[in-house]
Write a protein that binds this ligand. Structure first.
Ligand code: PBG
Length: 324
């Protein structure tokens, strides 16, 4: 027989030699939750192994992550006070601003990425400012995000990551950053962000469940694929440095299409619900943990993602990262 594909599968070394895709630890981003009020720190029931950190714990965790090879963290703040206009989001002494500065001081080489959205900061839980009918006002919310982005930039953030899905926000944020001299602060846009059921556990973690209605008026409708290409093209046009597809597993077709069409770096977000469902299966012994996580990472890389944001980043790095 001329062709015997099994020849190259015979030993681990042969399989390594012909492996088409690898997921290096330096492609990973670990999300970190940081609380302003210490009493809110601790476990998240639907995300076993993930914690809400106090500020000092968050800096310590960043150090541990860096020591196993993780170069970037994505910060989510949980403020002590929420109100209708997300006042604490743009405060220079806000929790994310302090976390950025604290991490940068402890580990200057660690990249800090700040999720840029209002839903953790509003008492109604929506991602922007509301009109009298309870609809999210687009342009006013964008102006607020631009103000918040400047505050994160002043704190020393490397990358801001708008996750709100308002129209025109990337251009407005770029203009605001440049206007204040922050020409080197990068934008990673949540470009194709779907209105997904898989964000459930995150909303417990961040206390950001909408108090009424849902996010379907601004996040994308799950069955749409061509529209994702339009959203990504718009964000690149508006100045996004990195574009993102979110969630990951149910949307790997979108990652592949984006990879084939665009040259910009593409990030994929393996979200809280994807983490929770696997953790639930690991707990029951229904799935084998390490093999599952490795296969998961391979699927993102194979689909074409350059950057992987995942709650599994830390454990993957502990197994595959080089000690520093
Ligand atoms: C903020 C934001 C959300 C996530 C990232 N940024 C929640 C949402 O849009 O409801 C989800 C992350 C996850 O589920 O892990 N808008």
């Amino acid at each position: 027989m001329l062709h015997r594909p099994r020849r190259l599968r015979r030993t681990p070394a042969l399989r390594e030699l012909v492996r088409e895709h690898r997921t290096p630890v330096d492609a990973l981003v670990m999300p970190l939750f940081v609380v302003e009020r210490e009493s809110e720190a601790g476990a998240i029931s639907s995300m076993p192994g993930i914690l809400r950190h106090t500020l000092p714990q968050c800096v310590e965790e960043a150090k541990r992550l860096f020591s196993v090879g993780i170069n970037a963290v994505l910060l989510f703040g949980i403020p002590a006070h929420k109100d209708a206009v997300a006042s604490r989001n743009a405060a220079d002494d806000g929790i994310v601003q302090r976390a950025i500065a604290g991490i940068k001081e402890a580990i200057p080489e660690m990249l800090t990425i700040a999720d840029l959205c209002n839903c953790e900061y509003t008492d109604h839980g929506h991602c922007g400012l509301l009109d009298e009918r309870g609809e999210v006002r687009n342009d006013e919310s964008v102006a607020l995000l631009a103000t918040v982005a400047r505050s994160y930039a002043r704190a020393g953030v490397d990358i801001v990551a708008p996750s709100d899905m308002m129209d025109g926000r990337v251009a407005a944020i770029r203009r605001a950053l440049d206007g204040d001299g922050f020409t080197q602060t990068a934008i990673m846009a949540y470009s194709a962000k779907y209105a997904s059921a898989f964000y459930g556990p995150f909303r417990e973690a961040a206390g950001s469940t909408p108090q009424f209605g849902d996010r379907r008026g601004y996040q994308m409708d799950p069955p749409n694929a061509r529209e994702a290409m339009r959203e990504i093209a718009l964000d690149i046009d508006e100045g996004a440095d990195i574009v993102m597809v979110k969630p990951a597993l149910p949307y790997l077709d979108i990652v592949r299409s984006a990879r084939d069409r665009f040259d910009a770096p593409i990030a994929v977000y393996n979200v809280s619900g994807e983490y929770a469902m696997m953790e639930a299966a690991f707990e029951r012994g229904w799935l084998e943990r390490e093999r599952t996580v490795d296969e998961l990472m391979a699927s993102f890389t194979r689909a074409g993602a350059d950057i992987i944001i995942s709650y599994f980043a830390a454990e993957y790095a502990r197994r595959h990262g080089r000690g520093r």
